[in-house]
Design a protein around this ligand. Sequence first.
Ligand code: DX5
Ligand code: ZN
Length: 213
Amino acid sequence: MIELAPSLLAADVMNLGREIERMLQTGVRILHYDVMDAHFVPNLSFGPSLCRKIHAQFPDVRLDVHLMLDNPEKYVQVFADAGAESITVHREIADDVGPVLEKIRALGVKCGLSVKPGTGADTLLPYLKQVDAILIMTVEPGFGGQKFMPQQMEKIRFLRRAGFEKTISVDGGVSLENAPLLVQAGATRRVMGTAFFRVPDAAAVAEAVRCMG
Ligand code: DX5
Ligand code: ZN
């Protein structure tokens, strides 16, 4: 089953409530929520207070929080309290990410681990049993609207060959055009910013993704 997680980063920030309603009307429940700190990535985005507000106003929305932060361990509690269903941290933030993954699990939240394009999928191997999901970046994290990197699909095949059967998400430049590549490689969740929130007919996009499996 292929899941779709629209990225709030591409939504109209002046009308976020309406944008989330628009997403719900397409039948999609998972909202990808990018958190950036201007250190780990060269940009700033949303913090915990907006996450809390969205959870309060739209309790059916499943918040997929992607922490592009140095020292994410300082913020996992606050995002768990703000209603995150899952919290993803980056492999690059520490030599050993085991402790922060454990901290997320202990909060009763699903934990995810992500790699930037330059980080090998082999660095994820020690953590495959500990995580609920892997998120493969197909752009350099920090900005929406960038070009998809198809060569990253090899990481998905590598993880499936290594026996990882849980969720694999793909984030960055994902569109209906490159979606078949994701399916063939074995990805089960696609994050879509621009290709969902900035098209005239998001419902058609949601329907097309559903038809892919
Ligand atoms: C990039 C973010 C992505 C971004 C995707 O650092 O992690 O979630 O919003 O947006 P698009 O789909 O426009 O590349
Ligand atoms: Zn993201």
